[in-house]
Ligand binder design. Structure first.
Ligand SMILES: O=C(O)CCC(=O)C(=O)O
Length: 389
């Protein structure tokens, strides 16, 4: 586990008169997180289903930490790729050029690809953005004088920009988990990077992700799918996502009321995701979660990718957050599933000794994919069709 003692102290100091309270909250949350019993290696039973203990712990808490999923070599591959990509970010929110005057990676994108914030800000909290699901604004500490005016927080449509992330998206064990939770005909959701640089990384206020099925007659704990959150540098109480365990079963939550009951944004009972580099969290999208601004010394980059049950998206009018609101018919879902097809092929080309994942809907429809330059072109703006529910 990453030792975040120094970061906890430094972070708390940003909270002025609430510094002691913040320090105690971070320390207590870290301790309780490690006691939850929802972490360990991925394991399957003899039928290839996620082991019963993992399924139960996931269902009880709404999240599970799969340890050591991404090995050291693959992590290095991701880091190198993301660091190269970072060099080619736009120099700021108002320009399409990077710091070297070259077109930025997303200069021609039609879809939204970057969300910016002031340093240590909370760009979504308390706004109507994303269907108003981030109901409260978190405390925005003062960043250092030399901090940039704006910092990137979320990158969307990752698979078209990073081959390494594309390959990780097809990790056979992770896709087997997706099939076990959402059925063999599982559908994609969206892919994103959450970027939390030390001393500037922005907050993502408390929220639940799902927006379409809260009042459905078929409502259940899995109806809005889940996200995998692969940790490139690890995740701590200071820079990590916090969750309120079990809330994925509670329906739509009045977050303002919870904050009032807790006496502050430090929600009682919440815990952080404590991860080492290479751990992958499976997080139910209905679980109440959020992250504080990164006032510590460790960087976090999360490679996020989610999956749904096909029945949750087929014929559903999308929530309009990650893509224009549209009814997702079978054709749209099949088109959007090309991300899985290309990813499996891209992974095969690099990890030749690994047993690749077989996605049953491609077998049934006799669809095959090839990973080459045309495929790369075909992924441009693929996220205009994110299955956003
Ligand atoms: O990584 C974070 O800080 C926030 C993640 C999140 O809100 C999400 O995946 O929905």
């Amino acid at each position: 586990m990453i030792d975040s003692t120094r970061s906890i102290k430094a972070c708390a100091a940003y909270y002025g008169e609430n510094a002691d309270e913040m320090e105690a909250y971070l320390l207590d949350g870290e301790k309780r997180a490690l006691e939850l019993g929802n972490r360990g290696p991925i394991s399957f039973d003899e039928n290839g289903e996620l082991s019963k203990e993992i399924r139960e712990a996931y269902s009880k808490n709404g999240f599970y930490i799969f340890e050591n999923v991404i090995d050291a070599k693959e992590l290095e591959d991701i880091k190198e790729d993301l660091e190269q990509l970072r060099e080619n970010f736009p120099a700021g929110p108002e320009t399409t050029l990077d710091a070297n005057g070259k077109p930025a990676f997303n200069a021609d994108s039609k879809a939204l690809t970057l969300v910016w914030s002031k340093p240590l800000g909370d760009p979504l909290g308390g706004t109507e953005l994303a269907n108003g699901r981030h109901q409260v604004k978190l405390f925005e500490p003062e960043a250092a004088d030399d901090a940039p005016q704006a910092v990137p927080v979320i990158l969307l449509g990752t698979l078209q920009f990073s081959d390494a992330c594309l390959r990780t998206y097809a990790h056979p064990k992770l896709l087997q988990v997706a099939a076990s939770i959402n059925g063999e005909d599982f559908a994609p959701f969206n892919e994103a990077l959450f970027i939390k640089e030390p001393g500037v990384g922005a907050a993502v206020s408390w929220h639940q992700d799902g927006v379409t099925h809260w009042d459905s007659k078929d409502f259940d704990e899995d109806i809005h799918g889940f996200n995998f959150m692969a940790q490139v540098y690890g995740s701590t109480a200071v820079n990590g996502v916090w969750v309120l365990p079990g809330t994925h079963k509670d329906g739509k939550i009045d977050i303002k009321k919870l904050v009032a009951e807790s006496g502050s944004e430090r929600l009682k009972g919440a815990v952080p995701m404590i991860c080492n580099p290479g751990d992958v969290v499976m997080c139910n999208r209905q679980l109440l979660h959020g992250s504080f601004p990164n006032c510590g010394f460790e960087k976090r980059v999360t490679v996020n990718f989610g999956f749904h049950k096909r029945s949750s998206v087929l014929g559903t009018k999308g929530g309009g957050i990650h893509s224009e609101s549209q009814v997702f018919d079978a054709e749209t879902i099949n088109r959007r599933s090309k991300s899985i097809g290309y990813a499996i092929e891209a992974r095969k080309a690099k990890y030749k000794d690994e047993e690749p994942y077989v996605y049953k809907p491609f077998e049934a429809s006799k669809t095959s994919y090839v990973w080459n330059e045309n495929a790369r072109k075909d992924l441009i703006d693929y996220n205009l069709e994110d299955l956003s529910i």
